[in-house]
Ligand binder design. Structure first.
Ligand SMILES: [Zn+2]
Length: 299
């Protein structure tokens, strides 16, 4: 990420992605069963000018034990790659991701292979010149960290409201809420396809994604709701195209403002319970925002 950052003509954009990714990594280290401190993770990692990361990016180090990340580290990496390539250069983006995955694999052979995603999803409206939106699968390891990150992505508005509502319909288990159904059928005007990052082959959506988004042809595999690349990719599509979003609106009578508040409260409560099972004791209730200057945040 530090090397990629300097290839950009917009360093303010890429620095934020590095900043956000560092926070997300530090947080995931903190909540491990055997917690890792910043020194364990980043000791010896300097930028090109030999600045220690902490000098250059103080905020992640200051807030990793009080604020939650809005997304997993690899998601920041995806944004960096899309930023450096062209938004619609799907093949270039796939090539770059495959290369990074294989490099990460070489470097982490003897350690956990956590923090890298395995699936990329591409969504777009069905026009020849439509913009493509990308998502990656959750890059955490372990049940607790995945559940924490899914709730955080829902509650921090990182995911679009409809997508988050669909995911929270099932959160934190595979059981559908009796009082709320935020699932929807993706508009026929849009396409959503998933690919194995390593070999670039197309993958059928899993059963969970078909329950969330009404996909027809699916793989019987059931992943935790919110784990898959489709979620992030559709979320970006909806945030940028209100027409396709409204065409995909959840149809259940239970999709009401009151029930949306109720399911959010329940998700937040569950999130706190899971956080209490980790060494992350004192959530301020805030989500980390790399765009906020330190002075404002403390003020
Ligand atoms: Zn899925």
């Amino acid at each position: 990420m530090l090397k990629m950052k300097d290839q950009s003509s917009e360093p303010e954009v890429t620095s934020k992605l590095v900043d956000e990714m560092i926070h997300s990594i530090l947080f995931l280290g903190k909540i491990k069963n055997k917690p890792l401190c910043p020194k364990d993770i980043f000791d010896g990692v300097d930028d090109d000018n030999n600045h220690h990361l902490k000098e250059k990016y103080p905020n992640p180090f200051k807030f990793y034990s009080s604020q939650l990340p809005r997304r997993s580290p690899f998601s920041c990496m995806l944004d960096m790659i899309v930023h450096l390539k062209q938004q619609n250069d799907e093949n270039g983006i796939k090539d770059e991701l495959a290369e990074i995955i294989s490099k990460l694999k070489d470097e982490t052979r003897k350690h956990d292979k956590e923090l890298s995603s395995t699936v990329l999803c591409v969504s777009h409206v069905n026009n020849t010149d439509s913009v493509k939106y990308y998502g990656v699968s959750m890059s955490t390891s372990g049940k607790k960290s995945g559940r924490i990150m899914i709730a955080a992505s829902c509650l921090s508005f990182y995911w679009d409201e409809y997508v988050a509502g669909a995911v929270m319909t099932f959160y934190p288990d595979l059981m559908k809420k009796p009082y709320f159904d935020g699932t929807f059928n993706l508009s026929r005007d849009a396409t959503c396809r998933a690919y194995n990052i390593k070999n670039k082959s197309e993958m059928k959506p899993c059963k969970s994604c078909s329950n969330l988004f009404g996909f027809q042809e699916t793989d019987p595999k059931v992943w935790p709701y919110g784990n898959c690349a489709e979620v992030e990719s559709l979320s970006k599509l909806f945030k940028n195209d209100d027409q396709v979003k409204q065409q995909s609106r959840p149809q259940s009578d239970t999709f009401t403002p009151d029930n949306i508040e109720k399911v959010k409260d329940e998700t937040r409560k569950k999130l706190k319970e899971i956080l209490n099972m980790t060494k992350f004791e004192k959530w301020s209730g805030e989500f980390y925002d790399p765009s906020v200057e330190l002075t404002c945040r403390e003020g």
